[in-house]
Ligand binder design. Structure first.
Ligand code: ATP
Ligand code: ZN
Ligand code: MG
Ligand code: MG
Length: 471
């Protein structure tokens, strides 16, 4: 990428979240992730160009030095900060504006700093040959996969119903979404194929901002916030059908939509459970502790035909869950420690640097959170380590998984079908090679913790008021 010859016509709108807007290159498998800020501030940006550069460098450092070591390097692409010509950024912002969903336009793209994060485009994996069927990429934002320990929470309901399921009631009550999703993260993280299948089916039915499908780099399936319409499942099935022709050895036209959907989910479950080269040993799951099942999930426990096996220890879901579980105290148990740190910083402002409150996110930061004493010895070091752990867990609760499904090359398939009688008889799973990546690994600000506590209280009290009663 020649930074002095940037042309907005080489880039197109790709997607956005709450904090950033992403454009993809029309030829190369690359994206630029630009910061956003509230539209009210559009005339005077909330930070200088140097601060924006620092913020993005912090994201890169946090991802490459901290999250990558916790989640596994093979899943992480940290990217690099780039400094873009301001004229290019301005033209780009005009070009993409009309493609942005209206409900995201309460924020504007940063056109002043010229800074962006350059990343590989995870929706167009390089291993795919352009002459073949385009890869399918599935983005899942799984959210928190465990229940907090009863030791630290004030409301019993938090040990029975997971945060995601409670939050659904809150979001519907506040009009953010018209319908509740029946996806429950505890089903997805269970490692039990039936429960995972169930979870993914509900992600497809009500994707909200937790599920997207890309084909050849284009988003072909996602939700529109606040909209009455459900996303177009028929159109999704239409796109998926050619990938699942061999299903049950029926002719293309005879494959039912149900079979296509089932196969698609099956392949996704396989990809999420695949161990990607390690020993893949299965570790004891959380069922035993009673923290792996959410009472709000509509999955019928009686349906489990095969006992849960737990997640393979080198699967992407296992690594994410382990990192989420660094939140051992829950926000309620953590908040007093946050206050202790805050007080300490008021008394000794210079300590902010030594304790690495706003970074740098380097090996020393990682060490601080890994070498946390097991008991609270009252020291500020303990409190800081727990706060750091909590922030890392927050990032892991908010990240997305991108699963890339690349259809095996046609030659390979031909060889296989020549030699196999099997195909005539029984189910032949569609041939894909798959890989998983983790994206959106920004550090969560230290001072976002009080907001977390308030939100938690609102969600829980809303659930207790309306919760079980709603359909
Ligand atoms: P959130 O609101 O979830 O915190 P965010 O503002 O932090 O989101 P991202 O999730 O990083 O932003 O990016 C927004 C969207 O852009 C993603 O959901 C994904 O669809 C797309 N995207 C981000 N990074 C990449 C990438 N490297 N390759 C392909 N698509 C990407
Ligand atoms: Zn749940
Ligand atoms: Mg995101
Ligand atoms: Mg994010």
């Amino acid at each position: 990428m020649e930074l002095d010859k940037m042309d907005e016509n080489d880039w197109k709108y790709h997607g956005e979240g709450n904090k950033s807007l992403v454009v993809s290159h029309v030829q190369h498998p690359r994206v630029l992730r630009l910061l956003k800020y509230p539209a009210e501030d559009s005339e005077n940006p909330p930070q200088t160009a140097e601060q924006a550069y620092r913020q993005i460098q912090n994201i890169v450092d946090f991802s490459s030095n901290v999250m990558s070591s916790l989640l596994g390097e093979k899943f992480i692409h940290s990217g690099e900060v780039v400094k873009l010509p301001l004229e290019f950024v301005r033209q780009l912002s005009i070009k993409v504006q009309h493609q942005r969903p209206a409900w995201r336009c309460d924020k504007v793209m940063d056109i002043y700093s010229g800074c962006a994060l350059c990343l590989p485009n995870l929706t167009s994996p390089a291993l795919h040959q352009p002459t073949h069927t385009p890869p399918l990429c599935i983005e899942i934002k799984p959210k928190c996969g465990f229940l907090p320990s009863p030791k630290h929470v004030s409301k019993d309901i938090k040990t029975k119903v997971c945060r995601y399921c409670m939050h659904q009631h809150y979001k519907v009550a506040n009009g953010k979404w018209k319908r509740r999703s029946f996806y429950c993260p505890l089903d997805l993280f269970s490692g039990n194929r039936q429960r995972m299948h169930f979870a993914i089916r509900h992600l497809i039915e009500e994707p909200q901002n937790n599920f997207k499908v890309f084909k050849g780099g284009q988003c072909i399936y996602s939700s529109k916030e606040g909209s009455d319409e459900s996303p177009d499942m028929n159109s999704l099935l239409h796109h998926l059908r050619p990938y699942f022709l061999h299903t049950n050895n029926r002719m293309n036209s005879h494959v039912t939509s149900k079979a296509v959907l089932n196969d698609f989910i099956q392949v996704l479950v396989n990809a999420l459970l695949s161990s990607g080269g390690g020993d893949g040993s299965v570790v004891a799951d959380r069922q035993a502790e009673g923290r792996g099942f959410c009472e709000a999930s509509i999955f019928n426990k009686e349906r489990i035909r095969h006992g849960s096996r737990g997640l393979p220890s080198d699967s992407v879901l296992f690594r994410i869950l382990q990192t989420q579980m660094l939140d051992t105290l829950d926000i309620e148990g953590l908040y007093p420690l946050y206050r202790q740190v805050e007080q300490h910083l008021q008394d000794f402002p210079k300590e902010r640097t030594r304790l690495q409150i706003e970074g740098p996110y380097n090996e020393a930061f990682l060490e601080k959170l890994q070498k946390c004493p097991s008991e609270n010895d009252g020291s500020v070091e303990y409190a800081v380590a727990k706060v750091h752990q909590y922030r890392v867990a927050m990032t892991a609760k908010d990240c997305s998984i991108m699963v890339a499904l690349v259809p095996s090359s046609e030659e390979e398939e031909d060889n296989e079908s020549l030699s196999s009688q099997r195909q005539l008889r029984d189910f032949r799973p569609p041939a894909f090679s798959y890989s998983a990546s983790i994206l959106d690994l920004d550090p969560k600000p230290f001072d976002s913790i009080p907001r977390q506590l308030r939100l938690d209280q609102k969600i829980v009290s809303c659930y207790l008021r309306t919760g079980g009663a709603l359909p």
